[in-house]
Design a protein. Structure first.
Length: 710
């Protein structure tokens, strides 16, 4: 974010680059008229970054698409308002004028680059096209410019990458290519629609730093659409909070984050797990679901979910009330209400703190576990190499405990979870569950064991059978393991659905008839149907809005408390892992590089990789407590290939503290204090003397402490 003097200069300009007034974009279908954007007004000045936040369906993306006139035919249509860009009326532009506008003066970075990039054209062809079309460059000039842009966004070997196709690049590289394409014509306005949602925290940090640097370098204005409030705090000068197609609060980033003035904004903040809060703080989800915009509620659209609603909210929609200079809120609390009613109830954030009982009983012991996938070629399918997805990990899981498993994509987290459950057979090593080696069980023994171990998948829609009803899906494990028969199956299904917060009368519906959060609840219901002791939760909240995410996190904690469940919780969102986990294991390229209790790993991280991951988490706090932008460690490059991992320490190619020993000798996972182990030469007295001076704060061995009782 810019300093105050730059913001003041931006705001002093009289004429905004983009002015949107009373914009209305509706979609027309058999179910009625969906008022996706309903009377939206805002300005965006040159060089300014505007954050647009809200839940799915709030109108964020439709607003951006309307600005570019990408919604201009059935079933969607702009039916009212005005859009003025650089003094020109966008709504009256001809097709040729719009073609010159898009990609040239206004560019867009889409949420999912793999689906936005054309799979049959190379990256170079796709970057060159707008340069040749809008800038009238020759083929050679366009190729040189495309190479320059790829280099500018940090893509290694840019000339070679021009020849690559989208599927040949990693997620982070594809997003960089999209940014290069968007900025190639030096647009005046850059629209970024959830550009980092699907990225790991370290890659997200790289992309955000890159976008911030390039946006300031080119002087472009930016509209940054996201549901991640931490990213908004890091990137934006002003914020629009949207709900049900309308802006409910506007203000500078400092105003919104230090003193939000709308109950919906308060709810968004209360939903968020915080990396600076201790484990177990109960999240406060926003009650209910966003409204159906084909049949919105009367009065204030948020009133059915608002804990502060009173009678006027139910019958009359509030205008945007002036709070202070540049700060407005759409809420009746700001007209004639007593001062006490206008302030957020801070006590709502305080919740029950879960504590881990002692003594702890081990139920799962994983020792030197490996999973290597063979690479075959030729007619005879000869094995020419191996993908070393999991390469020698060991850990223990206790009864009633949650072990968080974190790391970047490709580090082996999900593979480890599947091998532990024997959904994949291990290459070597052992998985002992209550003293039984799962690798040695035959098919019948393994089926009997399945009712004690289950999995919650990342994408519930693709993991639920679309041809079966919810009742049948949840009832299947009950019948398979002969836990009930006849009418009793239906009764148990109804009880389970009610336990996970679903209406038992909906058991006859199919998965597509439920929202994303409800489908995740169905996945959880299926997982607990057989009364398991142990569940692998593989990215169970990564695709959900913050309000739904909070509901699911609370549900998982409630089920753990009530049923005595043990979890391996796989995630790349370190704030969520902080909230739910008793212990945390950090994986990098198939190995565990650090493992310890929640507090130790988060408050005193030892491995440079762990420190980099934690520093990259965007903070929503006004005081970032040393974790925010000033202390960010941005890792360079992507995770190396698990086919041919680096020699020595696998992290040495990206480590800011690397020294010669790291390149040749593999560090062992060593316990430095009871319950906290790390694999790093900085803590080995035999090698630490060769470390650079910058590593001095890290290589001091932590003080020995007595192990806790039990």
């Amino acid at each position: 974010m810019r300093d105050g003097s730059v913001i003041a200069d931006i705001q002093s300009e009289d004429t905004p680059l983009l002015r949107v007034e009373n914009l209305q974009t509706h979609f027309f279908g058999e179910g009625g008229v969906v008022r996706a954007v309903d009377d939206v007004t805002f300005d965006l000045r040159a060089g300014e970054v505007l954050g647009v936040v809200g839940e799915s369906g709030s109108g964020k993306s439709v607003t951006a698409l309307s600005v570019m006139r990408l919604i201009d035919s059935p079933p969607g249509r702009i039916i009212g308002g005005s859009i003025t860009f650089d003094g020109d009326d966008v709504l009256s532009m001809t097709s040729n004028e719009l073609r010159n506008l898009r990609g040239n003066q206004i560019a867009m970075i889409f949420q999912e680059p793999l689906t936005s990039l054309n799979p049959v054209f190379s990256i170079g062809d796709q970057i060159m096209e707008p340069l040749m079309l809008h800038q009238k460059l020759s083929s050679k000039e366009a190729r040189d410019r495309a190479t320059e842009m790829l280099a500018r966004v940090g893509v290694p070997s840019p000339a070679e990458r021009l020849k690559a196709y989208p599927h040949q690049l990693s997620g982070g590289m594809r997003q960089r290519a999209m940014i290069a394409m968007a900025l190639s014509c030096n647009p005046k306005l850059l629209i970024a629609d959830e550009p980092t949602t699907a990225l790991d925290v370290s890659i997200q940090a790289q992309i955000l730093e890159l976008m911030k640097e390039l946006q300031e370098s080119y002087g472009s204005a930016m509209m940054f659409i996201t549901h991640d409030l931490g990213v908004v705090n890091q990137m934006c000068d002003r914020v629009n909070v949207m709900y049900a197609g309308r802006i409910v609060e506007q203000g500078t980033t400092a105003q919104i984050f230090s003193s939000p003035k709308n109950p919906y904004t308060w709810g968004l903040f209360d939903c968020l797990p915080r990396i600076d809060e201790p484990q177990g703080i109960r999240l406060i989800p926003i009650a209910g679901q966003p409204p159906n915009l084909a049949r919105p509620p009367s009065g204030c659209k948020f009133h059915p979910r608002c804990p502060y609603a009173f009678e006027r909210c139910r019958v009359e929609e509030p205008p945007l009330f002036h709070i202070s200079d540049g700060h407005t809120s759409r809420c009746w609390l700001y007209e004639g209400a007593a001062d006490g009613a206008r302030h957020r109830i801070e006590a709502r954030r305080v919740g029950e703190i879960q504590t881990q009982p002692a003594p702890r009983t081990p139920i799962l012991e994983v020792t030197d576990l490996r999973k290597h996938f063979p690479i075959t070629r030729g007619v005879l399918q000869r094995t020419v190499g191996y993908v070393k997805a999991v390469d020698g990990i060991s850990f223990t899981l206790h009864k009633g405990e949650t072990l968080g498993l974190v790391g970047e994509s490709g580090c082996g987290k999900s593979t480890a979870g599947r091998v532990v459950l024997r959904l994949l057979d291990p290459t070597s090593g052992s998985v002992m569950f209550h003293g039984q080696d799962l690798a040695k069980l035959d098919a019948k023994q393994l089926q009997d064991m399945r009712k004690r171990m289950q999995i919650i998948f990342q994408d519930p829609f693709s993991s639920l059978n679309p041809r079966r009803t919810v009742g049948s899906i949840v009832g299947q494990p009950i019948q398979l393991h002969k836990l009930a028969e006849g009418k009793e199956v239906g009764e148990r299904v109804a009880d389970i659905l009610e336990r996970v917060g679903l209406n038992p009368s909906h058991a006859g519906r199919y998965p597509h008839e439920f929202s994303g959060g409800q489908r995740q609840r169905i996945g959880i219901a299926r997982a607990i149907a057989a009364n398991p002791e142990f569940i692998v939760a593989d990215e169970p909240v990564s695709a959900l809005d913050v309000s739904i995410q909070a509901q699911i996190v609370n549900l998982l904690q409630d089920l753990q408390r009530d049923l005595g469940l043990s979890y391996i919780f796989i995630a790349h969102d370190l704030s969520v892992v902080r909230s739910v986990s008793d212990r945390v294991a950090v994986m990098y390229l198939g190995k565990i590089v650090e493992i310890g209790d929640n507090r130790g790993v988060y408050e005193d991280p030892l491995h440079p990789y762990t420190r980099a991951l934690l520093s990259a988490v965007p903070s929503v706090g006004v005081d970032e407590r040393g974790i925010g932008r000033s202390s960010r460690i941005v890792l360079q490059g992507d995770v190396p290939s698990p086919i041919n991992p680096p020699s020595g320490c696998r992290f040495h190619t990206r480590c800011p503290y690397v020294f010669d020993t790291c390149r040749s000798v593999e560090p062992l996972l060593t316990e430095l204090v009871p319950g906290h182990a790390v694999a790093c030469h900085l803590y080995d007295s035999r090698y630490a003397g060769g470390a650079p001076d910058s590593a001095e704060p890290l290589r001091r061995r932590p003080p020995t402490v007595e192990a806790p009782a039990g």
